[in-house]
Design a protein around this ligand. Sequence first.
Ligand SMILES: Cc1ncc(COP(=O)(O)O)c(C=O)c1O
Length: 315
Amino acid sequence: MDLDDVTIYHGGQFKAYGDARIGLLTHGLNYGTGCFEGIRGYWNAAENQLYFFRLAEHYDRMRSSAKLLMLTLPEDTEALCRNTLELARRNDYRQDVYVRPIAFKSSEEIGVRLHNVKGDFAIVAVPHKSYFDASRGLKVGVASWRRIDDNSAPARAKLTGVYVSSALAKTEAVENGFDEAILLSSDGHVSEGSAENLFMVRGGRVITPPVTDSILEGITRDSLIELCRTELNIEVVERSIDRSELYAAEEIFFSGTAVGVGPVIEVDRRLVGDGKIGPISTALGDLYAKVTLGKIAQYRQWVTPCFPSLVAGAV
Ligand SMILES: Cc1ncc(COP(=O)(O)O)c(C=O)c1O
């Protein structure tokens, strides 16, 4: 894909990707003072429709990330959602898409701080490419890098600078022959993957670290907790997880906008369960795929259609 052909939203206008100019001294580039979102649109070919998943929730989360950085998003959530849909239409995306809204300190001057620095905001949408193929199950390793602590730089917010922690862990994992990393919190509990939340199954119950164990408060995590409880009738417990519990787990899976449900079949060279993708991971993965495509009536409120409906009589 050629980015020159992509229309973006920046400075309250739709423009060509190349027309947004960011200077070398931009505060956010130098000091990591920015926040972003990752949102997906799912192409439902049968309905000729692009469905955005939990669009408003992503912008609500972005607003709280921005608040942490003393940044104000330029529009309310309704307008941001409307402009995201318009952006996809202007690009005429009739395929899966990945949307990257970004807000950042934009003053071009030396001096690290949050106060008295201007902000900027843009939305870029590109065709979605698979982040990694989790269909055969992922082999993961516990990283030597710890997840950044809430009192250092909050992992709860999606801050650009905080992603150095993810990048260090991810590259270490890949260089050690794994697909992905699991990061521990500073007090040694399981936190999350480099860009995913983590769930494990023990004794038939689904367990995931609490939001106080240095995790991003994932929107997919929230969705899976709801689907597990309501649709699969499986108990979900939010509690701290010890590293050694990963070796005893019956199933482990990641959750995230990029990966969806990402089953893990090996941790630190030990098989998870019998080394095959487990039944709960499979059931949740199937359900989540249907929900994101707007195929399940009870969860239609989680998806926002992009194009005018072709159904007769619809407005
Ligand atoms: C560090 C981290 N944890 C978890 C997630 C999953 O969050 P979500 O489900 O909202 O995409 C992401 C992805 O954005 C992430 O970057």
